[in-house]
Write a protein that binds this ligand. Sequence first.
Ligand SMILES: [Mg+2]
Length: 367
Amino acid sequence: MKIQRMTLWQVPLTSHETYRMAGGKTCDTVESVVLRLDTDEGLTGWGEVCPIPHYLPAYARGVAPVIEELAPVLIGADPIGPEALMARCDAFLQGHVYAKSALDMALWDLTAKAAAMPLYRLLGGRQMDSAPLYHSITCVEPDVMAGIAATAYAQGIRQFQVKVGADEDWQADVARIRAVRDAVGPGPLVYADWNCGATTLTAIRAAQAVRDLDIMLEQPCESLEACAEVRKVAGIAMKIDESAHDMGSLLKAHALGCMDVVALKLSKFGGLSAARRGRDLCLHLKTMMTIEDTWGSDITTAALAHLAITTPPRYLLNTCDLSGYVTPRVAPDGPVRENARLAPSERPGLGVSPDEIVLGDPLAVYQ
Ligand SMILES: [Mg+2]
């Protein structure tokens, strides 16, 4: 089998509600990039990457130039066995992992379709029927956040990510954390995500003010060292996100003792292949994981669902139904949340059939 053609689309995804994070970062309408690989045997593979603006070293318009640069490696190549072809891509063009994430996803879709199996079977096999979801709550007024939490709780969600730091007012953040903690009652997991937006001083002051609560902190500061300092002084469990993006950073965060949980975002690592290697390292380190991505629609969400259910339940904290936060639905048959859980399709590959009317005119075609 050979790759004959690569087609890219740029699709605007609009959040159901504007999503505010620390550092002035917001998600309202963001561009997602969809990739289709066509082969000489008629099989097609789909990939997607949707960088959040100003969030990581990644941007939507950076994807097409990377795919174009890699075209001489990819056109005519055998797509079966994604890691071998990704190694050739990495040798040809280092870095640009977020753009390569969509490519790696499409190669896995093709490989699983060629095997006539749902992708999870090739990623290690099913370890759970469906994966638990968390709900992320935009950083707004505390009572509004409490209302969002209560609605999600009524839908079965038991893990809540509270965005903090958007207005650089740590006392408001304390109110946010308390309001959501109160709204969902004892038992559910509540964690406060600063998205790197706090200094150690701010994070420690806020953390000390909620020390009486059952909560977790997420990536308060930019560096792992600063996060480790907050973790040590506050004595509150911590999730690392932005700072963990490869094997070296996972090992460093573990060594610093600040990684009770880590977010494995596919595009941060470079795709399903790299995220799976990260997942396996986390299993070795006995670290709990969120398996997700920055943002996206049905193709990305399907990829998350397949990788998530191949993870031992004890170490999978949660995953994210990204397509549930945005419109339009790129693939109407993509996975949707059911009883606050996400399950992949049993169809071959990712099991998604993107709607080319929704995708619109392609951004680029390489052949
Ligand atoms: Mg985060």
